[in-house]
Write a protein that binds this ligand. Sequence first.
Ligand SMILES: [Zn+2]
Length: 318
Amino acid sequence: MKKCLVVALCVLLIVSACGKKEEQKPEASDGTRRLNIVTTTGMIADVVKNIGGDFVNVTALMGPGVDPHLYKATEGDMRRMADADIIFYNGLHLEGAMGQVLEKLKEREQAFAVTDKIDRTLLNRPPGFEGTFDPHVWFDVRMWSMTAEYVRDVMIDFDKVHAVQFGENAQTYVDSLHELHSYVYELAKSVPPAQRALITAHDAFGYFGKAYGFEVRGLQGISTASEAGTADVQELVQFIVDRRIAAIFVESSVSPKTIEAVQAAVAARGFDVKIGGQLFSDAMGKAGTEEGTYIGMVRHNIHTIVNALLGGRMAQPI
Ligand SMILES: [Zn+2]
């Protein structure tokens, strides 16, 4: 009987969760039809929402905790993308398992990679990632603000009636991103340079390291599709012990097992490295939480990193 009740409650929860998604209204408050926009990641959906406001319906295919490197489009996703006015994706092979689908949609001039207009000289070309660029551009807040400018231009092409509003909203958003960049930069400086090392499950933080002065090591490489070898683990363990790094970090979209294994291997060498907390790397947090927005996610990450590397002695966040 109890089991039935639990099942019934779960069904109810699922139905109400689906219901929430369908709440999107086709018309904006001024009576015009809302642009129907589909994005791959939550970070891109956040940009679109900030620029589009009331004049767009936005659906992110990849929710909290979803790994974009491995995500495969479902039948429902294919339908949503076919029905969309615009599809925004990250590009630079972030969505590795959706590559062909997105290429086809791009040919039909329906899909746009938000990283397309970033100057290629700003991008990292990491070794071992099939000769392409590092796709994790959202970790350099200034670079992410460039994607917002491109998203604005595409949206204006599809909806000229709201060009002024999109322009104003984009400016407000870009201004707040520039503020965020300075905030992260200043906070990062509070960690002594020798301690500014960021160790995570996969190599997502290359741009973060470059922008904010951290040495970055990821166990799994740029894509989670690659696996860490024993030699990689041993090298990382040696680095942590030699540099007496206070903390290493798990990621919300990657299994914590590999990082826990590193911690155990470090302990076997007689050094205690803490798990400094969970970082939101390739996916944002749940909707309605601070980490469920791009700005909140970035703030959470820098607070977690600085606090852990300073052994819990970070001054109160501003
Ligand atoms: Zn990644």
